[in-house]
Design a protein around this ligand. Structure first.
Ligand SMILES: Cc1ncc(COP(=O)(O)O)c(C=O)c1O
Length: 394
């Protein structure tokens, strides 16, 4: 399938994504719903294909960070409920209502703005956010939350469909803080029950809670990183669920040369060959999301073996030292040979977590960093089913 010309691509296994969602679904207490978090272009995997795949695997809701991301899904023909997890400015409420997108509310001035909207036509759908200890968005538990809920439920323009909170430390082995958050959120839930407030969907859990604390998830699991086959941290119970990484970043050698000892590589010649070395050039660089901070730290897979990245990573290219024999009699490396920057190659694996560790960050950020100019190649049943390349949209 045509759709990109440079041999650098993020290959997305729709089968792995489908299996990951199904694996989480099968762990849920019957009746528990599942929201697939496809914000940030589905953590770099491509929002539309990820949303379609999650819905096909049984997701009831889609989660995004802001309204524009929700509208992208609507424009692609997805009519599944979509919850905006972040701020929706008052000026966007009419657009959300018109497209049937559910917003998150937590500020009194949001309710003031809704009060001023026309009560005719469809209601604006909303979930109320409670801040139980994340310190990010949400009404604080106690009288503030109670007043907010009561007021929201009285607005004829509004359909309050849910209430939720977010855990700050569910991915850590010590669950004390999460238990404290669950208790605080529980006090608001108790109030809702006592006052018989009609709020149907009360939810709390992310991937980490879905793995380690299924009972704390409430009525809906908000699944993000796990759907992409990655664990939220090294501290969750991996033995609870087997995940398959969905994305791999792949390219091909653009050039191979033999350099004698003492030759400088890349800007600043921060790497100088120590002996006669085979140097391969890759057509991928920091503008593709392969951070310059990986210079001299990362490895790649070629023919299932690791080779170090040498010299500074450039904007569009970088260099690797290809394995050689003791007397310069190593393999005859050829241009166009496949290179894996993260993911599997045959039996070898270079996990995305390795790059994250070397960058001092988390797996979430590495897949999010893969730039828009890198085509997403979607594979199902061993066949390429689509290529999404924003550069060649005609
Ligand atoms: C409110 C909310 N819920 C759920 C998620 C999904 O989290 P995870 O990717 O850890 O499963 C996120 C992601 O950051 C979030 O912000």
């Amino acid at each position: 399938m045509e759709g990109y010309y440079r041999p650098t691509a993020a290959v997305i296994s729709l089968d792995a994504m489908h299996d990951n969602v199904t694996a989480f679904r099968s762990r849920l207490v019957p009746g528990t719903r599942l929201l697939a978090s496809v914000k940030a272009n589905a953590y770099g995997h491509g929002a539309v294909w990820s949303a379609r795949t999650a819905v096909a695997a049984g997701a009831d809701y889609l989660g995004v960070a802001f309204l524009d991301e929700a509208l992208q899904l609507r424009d692609a023909g997805l009519d599944t409920p979509v919850l905006v997890l972040g701020l929706t400015p008052a000026a966007a409420f009419e657009a959300a209502r018109a497209r049937g997108v559910t917003v998150t509310l937590y500020r009194e001035d949001q309710l003031d703005a809704i009060e001023r909207m026309s009560a005719a036509g469809p209601k604006l759908k909303a979930h109320i956010k409670i801040d139980s200890g994340m310190g990010r968005l949400g009404v604080l538990p106690g009288p503030a939350a109670e007043r907010f809920l009561e007021r929201a439920l009285q607005l004829p323009q509004l359909a309050v469909e849910g209430m939720y909170t977010h855990y700050a430390k569910a991915d850590e082995a010590d669950k004390t803080y999460t238990a404290m958050q669950a208790e605080r959120f529980g006090s608001v839930v108790d109030y809702v029950r006592r006052a018989q407030l009609p709020i149907g969907l009360i939810h709390a859990g992310n991937t980490a809670a879905g793995i380690d604390l299924p009972p704390h998830v409430g009525g809906m699991l908000r699944l993000g990183i796990g759907m992409y086959g990655l664990y939220p941290s090294g501290e969750v119970r991996r033995d609870e669920i087997a995940l398959q990484p969905v994305m791999s970043l792949r390219t091909r050698l653009a050039h191979v040369k033999t350099l004698s000892a003492g030759e400088g590589i890349s800007y600043g010649t921060r790497y100088v060959t120590e002996k006669t070395e085979r140097i391969g050039t890759l057509p991928v660089g920091y503008a593709d999301g392969y951070s310059r901070m990986l210079s001299g730290k990362a490895e790649v897979l070629v023919r299932g073996r690791r080779h170090p990245v040498v010299g500074s990573i450039c904007m569009d290219q970088c260099m690797v030292r290809l394995e050689d024999g003791p007397a310069g009699d190593g393999p005859a490396w050829e241009p166009d040979e496949e290179v894996v920057l993260f993911g599997r190659q045959g039996d070898a694996e270079l996990p995305v977590e390795e790059l994250a560790d070397r960058l001092g960050t988390i797996n979430y950020e590495v897949t999010c960093m893969v730039a828009a100019r890198v085509p997403r190649v979607y594979v199902r049943g061993g066949e390429i089913v689509d290529v999404v390349n924003p550069l060649l949209v005609r």
